[in-house]
Structure formats: C-alpha cells, structure tokens
Design a protein around this ligand. Structure first.
Ligand code: SF4
Ligand code: SF4
Length: 385
C-alpha cells in the first residue's frame, strides 16, 4: 500500500464521519457526559468535545472548556476503546427447560461494525496488546476476533498529553506508527483549523478517496511533526523501563507491598479503566421459575478476593499480594506471556485511583536505594525483610 498524506478541512472531517456511516459503520468517538470525556456513538463533529481540556493528576480529573477550537485537546478518557471490542458484559449462552432436559441456545449476536474516531497512539497500542491476548494464542476469542476484523480506526496523534501520561516511556506515543486505517494530526492556528491525514491501510485509502481533501505539502508535514514534538515535551510522567521485569521479580518479598496496601482500597478502579486489562469471570443466573438459565461473562479484576477463589479460599488473600501481582504482571511477567509490556502509559490507573497510587512512582520506589530510617516514616521504601 502506498502511504498517502492529505489535508482535510472541517467539511472533509464531517464528511469522513458520514462516509463511514454510509459504509455501515457505527461511528464511536469522544463526547462529553457528566463532566468527563466518554466514548460513545457520535453522529457529527458537533458531538465531539470541541474546546474541552482536562486536568489530570493522581486521584484527580477535571474537565473544563478552554474556549479553544481543538476537537482533540483532552488526554486519556476514563473509558477506553475496549468497551467496544471487549464489552464489560456479554451473554455467552442461555439454556431453556424442555421436558426433563434443557436445550442450549448459543448467542449469535450480530457483530457491530465500529469506526473508532480519535483513538490515541497509546490506545491503539493497547488494542494491539489485547489482540495478542484474545487472538494470538491457541484459544481464540471468536467474538472479539469478529469485532476486531470489522473495526475501522481513525487515529489522532496526541497534541496535549495529560499530567498522568507517560506513553513516551513505554514507546507507544505520542505519535502513532501502526494499527490505524487513517491517522489525523489536528493543526489549530489563528487563521486555520485543518487535519493532516495519513493512510495506514487499503480501507483507509478507499475511504479517503470519497472525502474532499487536498494534497499536503511538506510544510504541513512539518507542522504535524511539530505538534507531536511539542506533545513529547509536555509528557506528565516518566517510567524507567530498564530491567523492570527483573526489578519486579526481585522485589517479590519486599516490604514495600505492605506499605502500598495501607493506601490501596482494592477497589479495582485501576483495572477497570486500564485499556489492556482483560480478566473476566462468568456468572450463571436463572429465572425465578427455573425454566431459563443464562451464562454471562463480565469484566473482573485481580484486586478482588473472589477473583482467585478456589475451593477453600483465595490464593491472594491480602491487598499487598494483589497489588504486587497487578504491577508485576503489568510491567514484568506480561513480557514473558505476551512479548511486550502490559502497560501503554495512558495514565488512567493513576488518575482514577481514589488513593492516588501512581504506577510510575511505585516502580521508582522499588528501584530507589534503600534508606530504612526515613523510608518507614514516609510509608514507602524498598527494604527486604
Ligand atoms: S497500567 Fe495504568 S498506565 Fe498502564 S496501560 Fe493500564 S491504565 Fe494505562
Ligand atoms: S491501586 Fe488504587 S485504583 Fe487500584 S485497587 Fe488500589 S486503590 Fe483502587
């Protein structure tokens, strides 16, 4: 495929949405609801969070209108695109009583064709990670595969990283390199508001052909480059990934886990907002008459006691063991399991942790030299028993 660069004006951007809808896609994108940016079906560019900016810090999110005209001036939303590709609740099958037995009814839900509008580079990296989880092994999740094969991705390069973002440390942003059909860079100037578009697939080339656009000269490519360079300099956080797997494996018996556990509420927020977390459980429900039974699959979290419950009790009974497991899997053993980190640096788990626990800070504490006398007082530090 020949990569193509083009320039899209606002009419062209609206036409992109209508063309995708005409092609049978449900256009899903960012929109403002209840004081946050959420991802939901959008019909027009007027549904986008134009002029909104967010402020993010550990345990803190504030969205406000800044009067600007950018559509994509916010950072990571509390929701991620996994809600479309891997819904939080889905019916696996039903069983209906028939005489002395039951008949099983497998769910054949029609696969919705989603066009994801405004996926950030870190979010696309998260989708590529979930692809490995759900389709890369011996046991393929057919429902995920079907949704994934039908998706169209319009990426948007990041211009305004949030205070909890660290995609640059994880090598997943702020500019997108793969996994998209079209990639946009929003360029907002005093007298101009345009998008530089890059094609990333034959599907993208075909859609672009139906949208009014102009050829982009080198000047616009340079402007787009400047947008992502500026984003790089505004990254809110850093995570030193050097030897991180070995660091975490070596910290198995650290007392630090107890210190994190004093703050951690085991609320599971961090796993619910994480775009790569994939754990689920199944729940069986029956009608009051006992004639119908249903099996549902729903997102679950390694932070709950029940998650590791087997006969006789839970494997990870303490909050300390659950936090240790989560961060060790995310930054360490994920490499052994799936060949990459399980973290893309989106910062959601930091922003939406009610206790403000920060994965970058916890990793840094484990790496820091031990100072037992002061570390204990500060409720942090990495001493081994
Ligand atoms: S662990 Fe945190 S920063 Fe990393 S991908 Fe998940 S939510 Fe984002
Ligand atoms: S680290 Fe924060 S978000 Fe995660 S379970 Fe603990 S308190 Fe909840």
């Amino acid at each position: 495929m020949d990569e193509k660069l083009a320039l899209l004006r606002l009419e062209g951007f609206q036409k992109l949405l209508s063309t995708l809808r005409d092609n049978g896609y449900v256009t899903a994108g960012p929109t403002v609801r209840d004081g946050v940016v959420v991802y939901d079906e959008i019909n027009s560019v007027s549904d986008l969070p134009q002029g909104f900016r967010d402020e993010q810090a550990p345990g803190r999110y504030r969205l406000s209108k800044n009067g600007g005209s950018a559509f994509f001036g916010y950072a990571a939303s509390p929701q991620s695109w996994k809600k479309f590709l891997y819904p939080s609740l889905s019916k696996v099958f039903s069983a209906r009583r028939e005489g002395a037995g039951f008949s099983l009814i497998h769910e054949h839900n029609e696969t919705v064709k989603y066009a994801l509008i405004g996926a950030r580079p870190c979010e696309i990296a998260a989708i590529l990670i979930q692809d490995k989880v759900f389709t890369g092994g011996a046991h393929v999740d057919d429902a995920y595969k079907a949704r994934r094969e039908n998706v169209f991705i319009v990426a948007v390069n990041c211009a305004e990283p949030g205070g909890t973002c660290f995609c640059a440390s994880m090598g997943t942003g702020p500019s997108v390199t793969a996994g998209f059909d079209l990639a946009l860079t929003e360029i907002v100037e005093d007298d101009r508001h345009v998008f530089l578009v890059k094609t990333g697939s034959e599907k993208g080339v075909s859609v672009l052909a139906h949208i009014p656009h102009e050829n982009a000269d080198d000047g616009f490519a340079k402007k787009a480059d400047d947008v992502t360079k500026a984003a790089l300099s505004k990254m809110g956080r850093k995570l030193d990934t050097g030897g991180i797997k070995e660091l975490l494996y070596g910290a198995r018996d650290s007392r630090h886990w107890e210190k994190v556990a004093r703050r951690c509420l085991a609320c599971a927020n961090c796993t619910m907002v994480c775009p790569t977390c994939f754990c689920s459980s199944v729940e069986d429900v029956t009608s009051l008459t006992g004639d119908i039974a249903e099996r549902w699959r729903k997102w679950d979290s390694c932070f709950t006691t029940d998650f590791t419950y087997i006969h006789g009790g839970s494997v990870r009974q303490t909050t300390a063991s659950r936090y240790r497991h989560w961060i060790t899997h995310k930054l360490g053993s994920w490499h052994d399991q799936f060949g990459s980190s399980g973290c893309v640096g989106c910062g959601r788990c930091i922003t939406w942790c009610p206790a403000g626990i920060d994965i970058t800070e916890e990793a840094a504490v484990l790496r820091a030299p031990v100072e037992p006398s002061t570390a204990e007082d500060q409720g942090r530090g990495h001493e081994k028993p």
